[in-house]
Ligand binder design. Structure first.
Ligand SMILES: [Fe+2]
Length: 284
């Protein structure tokens, strides 16, 4: 209860008034999702943030327990924090996210870290690299939930994309905040990524890549004009009636993606590739 004044009081009221009920079966759903990670067909699991609602210690402990089947699975594990995980300045000061995911935030290029664990870089096999950025921050004003990729991380991203360990691979760039909505338009200033244009510009020249994000509770993929990587928003894996995720397959440098849906008792993958609409003005 010591955590409740200010921002958290507003968030707590919101949570108790209904949002929490939409996550009632979250633990069961996470267990079902972990079956994919343990199937032997998955090399990497990416969580794009918002493990908690208000970043309390109890929530982080529950989240760490819930993801245990992913951590012990044969698949690699990469995650970024969501704005709910960095809900207050105190949560950030106490490094609750970093402590919860201790041992899971390793990077292959430690010299490029400019902001705690970020960017985190991993290479997988001979053809995939993952660059994870932190775009979440506390928003003390209750009605604001925007994010930003700090300038030094963007600079590091540009440098990493040019590294020989990364160049030539298919690159997944992971961030919590979506650089655009499903129709390609920017999110609102109060909810979106404040410097989305800068992130997109940093990634634009990457021909073989994808930007993976969350925050927007809608599972979508979209291609923007003049931006090499396609954008995939996971949506929410566990929120009632909005459940979704993506399964990616990188083959010979090209990507195919199938959408996952909740069927009421488990998750099911679309049998075929879920195609990408082009945002207005995008070349066909
Ligand atoms: Fe979020």
């Amino acid at each position: 209860m010591r955590d409740w004044p200010g921002k958290r009081l507003a968030g707590g009221v919101n949570f108790l008034r209904g949002r929490g009920r939409r996550f009632e079966r979250a633990l069961e759903k996470i267990e079902r999702l972990a079956e994919f990670a343990n199937s032997g067909d998955v090399d990497l699991v990416v969580f794009s943030g918002d493990f908690t609602a208000m970043g309390t210690r109890a929530e982080f402990a529950a989240a760490r327990a819930a993801i245990h089947p992913f951590v012990t699975s044969p698949a690699e594990f990469i995650c970024v924090a969501g704005n709910h995980d960095l809900y207050t300045r105190r949560v950030v000061r106490e490094r609750r996210f970093e402590k919860t995911f201790d041992g899971l935030l390793g990077t292959d290029l430690p010299d490029y870290r400019v902001d705690g664990a970020w960017p985190t870089v991993r290479t997988l096999g001979n053809d995939v690299a993952v660059i994870a950025l932190n775009s979440a921050k506390p928003n003390p004003v209750p009605w604001r939930s925007s994010g930003r990729v700090p300038g030094p991380q963007l600079e590091a991203l540009r440098a990493i994309l040019g590294r020989p360990e990364v160049e030539g691979r298919f690159v997944f760039i992971v961030t919590h905040y979506a650089p655009c909505l499903a129709d390609g338009r920017p999110d609102t200033p109060l909810h979106g990524l404040e410097n989305a244009a800068e992130l997109l510009q940093a990634c634009a020249g990457t021909e073989r890549g994808a930007i993976l994000c969350g925050h927007v509770h809608e599972t979508f993929r979209v291609r923007l004009p003049d931006v090499g990587p396609e954008i995939f928003c996971a949506g929410s894996a566990t929120m009632h009636e909005l459940e979704g995720f993506w399964m990616y397959d990188v083959n010979g440098g090209s990507l195919s993606a199938r959408r996952g849906r909740w069927t009421g008792g488990g998750y099911q993958l679309a049998s075929a590739e879920t195609s990408s609409p082009c945002a207005a003005g995008a070349p066909e």
